[in-house]
Design a protein around this ligand. Structure first.
Ligand code: PXP
Length: 246
């Protein structure tokens, strides 16, 4: 019997579409309500340093109005730390952030950045925020995350998603094994493993089948698919595929 796999829905790209016109439609808060009704388990937002999608005012509204737990993705900067401490979301996922990247392109170097990350993680934990580190699925980064006292890590599945798209079956299998081994290592050491990035209806099930994973965070594909089938159906279908994989 495996436990339920939670679905965190990243609604950043509802704001991306809104910002393309500069008005207030589509409203990310309306997306929150739909995700709540469709069986999502959490709302994920990434307040990027350049505010290219979610803005500070969105975070205010979502924190005040959402009924689901909020997972705030944030760079490890003093500015983001202050914002997180003011809002006290359920969880904060620390991500590497480069200004020019289109999305979060790789995992956090938890091992190499220990001295920078330790005080930030300490202050988030002291405030009762569940800290997650967005890392590549490898033992060195997991060990570093343990030293940093992170209760949760999220594995970057971007490489898996790219290999899947390329039809590289051997590569996909190797990458799945890397995620599965990393998830097992986390479970053995009392860290809760999550995963996310580039997951779609087509590629989600082998990842969802990894029994130790407790949560997937999925955004771009769900919002993109919402254009064709609606956000409600998009979330419901992902939920059904994830449940069927368990
Ligand atoms: N998890 C983290 C930590 C991310 O940075 C992102 C992208 O913002 C996601 C999950 C969701 O990725 P995608 O939008 O490709 O589904």
């Amino acid at each position: 019997m495996t436990s339920l796999l939670r679905l965190g829905v990243n609604i950043d790209h509802v704001a991306t579409i809104r910002n393309a016109r500069g008005g207030d439609h589509p409203d990310p808060m309306r997306a929150v309500r739909i995700v709540e009704a469709a069986g999502g388990d959490g709302i994920t937002v990434h307040l990027r340093e350049d505010r290219r999608h979610i803005r500070d005012s969105d975070l205010d509204t979502i924190m005040a109005g959402a009924h689901l737990p909020i997972n705030l993705e944030m760079a490890a900067t003093e500015e983001m730390l202050k914002i997180a401490l003011r809002h006290k979301p359920h969880a904060a996922c620390i991500v590497p952030e480069k200004r020019k990247e289109r999305t979060t392109e790789g995992g956090l170097d938890a091992a190499g950045q220990h001295n920078h990350l330790a005080p930030i993680i300490g202050r988030l934990l002291d405030a009762g925020i569940r800290v997650s580190l967005f890392i590549e699925p490898d033992a060195r980064q997991i060990e570093a995350s343990m030293h940093l006292r992170a209760p949760v890590v999220e594995f970057h599945t971007g490489r898996y998603a790219h290999l899947f798209l390329d039809g590289d079956n051997a590569g996909v299998e190797a990458e799945l094994k890397r995620v599965a081994d990393a998830a097992a290592l986390c479970a053995k050491n009392g860290i809760e493993p999550h995963a996310g990035h580039g997951l779609t209806f087509e590629n989600v099930q082998p990842i969802a089948a990894i029994p130790q994973l407790a949560e997937l965070n999925i955004g771009h594909y769900l919002v993109g698919e919402a254009i064709f089938i609606g956000l409600d159906e998009s979330v419901r279908k992902m939920r059904t595929l994830m449940d069927a994989a368990r």
